[in-house]
Design a protein around this ligand. Structure first.
Ligand SMILES: [Zn+2]
Length: 212
C-alpha cells in the first residue's frame, strides 16, 4: 500500500514476477510492463503472469481463433516471435476469455471487439458461411419450380433441416386436397433465412402451399 500525499489513497500493485533464466533486460522489461498492466486491472481485467504462461501453453502459442498468429513465448529469453498475444476479456464481467492476436486492424482481438459481447452475431456469421442465405434462397426458389415431388422433398428436407419422414408426412397430408406435385408445409415450416422470414417469397412463387 502506498498512500500518496495530496490525493486519494491509491493502491500500488506490486508485480510478483521473476524473469526466466537468461532473459535479456529489454525483453524482461517488456513483459514486466505487460504483466503489470494485467495484474493492476487497469485494462478492465486481472490476470497473473502464471495465468498467461498456462494459457499460452494451452493454446499452443497461437491465437485461439485464427490459430495462424504465433505469440511470443513468455519463457523465451530473447522474446522472439512476430507478436505478443493479448488477453481478451468480457467487457461486461471483466473475466478474461483467452489469448488472441492483437496486431493490426484485422486482428482477432479487433474482430471480437467489433461484435462486442454479442454471441448471436457470431453464430449468424458461422451460419452465413456454412449455409449462405443466397444459396438457401435459391433452393427455396427451386422448391417452387416444376421439379418432381421427390426432388422437392429432398430440397425441403435440406432447407428446413427437418427429418425426411416428417417432410414426407407433410407431403402425404397435403396430397389430400392439393395437387400431388405440391409440397405442403405447415405453420412450423416457416422458412427463415438469417432471421428473415422468406415464406412470402415462396408463397408468391406459387409452388409451395402453406396450411394455415
Ligand atoms: Zn488471431
Amino acid at each position: 500500500m502506498n498512500v500518496r500525499s495530496g490525493g486519494p489513497a491509491k493502491t500500488k500493485v506490486e508485480l510478483d514476477w521473476t524473469p526466466p533464466a537468461g532473459m535479456t533486460a529489454q525483453v524482461a522489461a517488456s513483459w514486466r510492463a505487460f504483466y503489470l498492466k494485467a495484474i493492476s486491472g487497469s485494462a478492465g481485467y486481472t490476470a497473473t503472469p502464471e495465468m498467461y504462461v498456462i494459457m499460452y501453453k494451452a493454446q499452443l502459442g497461437r491465437c485461439f481463433i485464427c490459430q495462424k498468429a504465433k505469440g511470443i513465448n513468455p519463457e523465451d529469453p530473447k522474446g522472439k516471435g512476430p507478436q505478443r498475444l493479448g488477453w481478451d476479456h468480457n467487457h461486461a464481467t471483466g473475466a478474461v476469455r483467452g489469448l488472441l492476436c492483437t496486431l493490426g486492424q484485422w486482428s482477432c482481438n479487433r474482430i471480437v471487439g467489433r461484435y462486442k459481447d454479442n454471441p448471436e452475431a457470431w453464430r449468424r456469421g458461422v451460419r452465413y458461411h456454412e449455409s449462405p442465405p443466397a444459396l438457401v434462397l435459391a433452393q427455396v426458389q427451386r422448391l417452387a419450380s416444376d421439379l418432381p415431388v421427390e426432388e422437392r422433398i429432398r430440397i425441403a428436407t435440406a432447407v428446413l433441416g427437418v427429418e425426411r419422414e416428417t417432410m414426407e408426412a407433410r407431403v402425404r397430408q397435403g396430397r389430400r386436397g392439393a395437387p400431388s406435385s405440391f409440397v405442403v408445409l405447415d405453420e412450423a415450416s416457416r422458412l427463415e433465412i438469417g432471421g428473415v422470414d422468406v415464406t412470402p417469397y415462396v408463397d408468391k412463387a406459387k409452388g409451395v402451399r402453406f396450411e394455415s
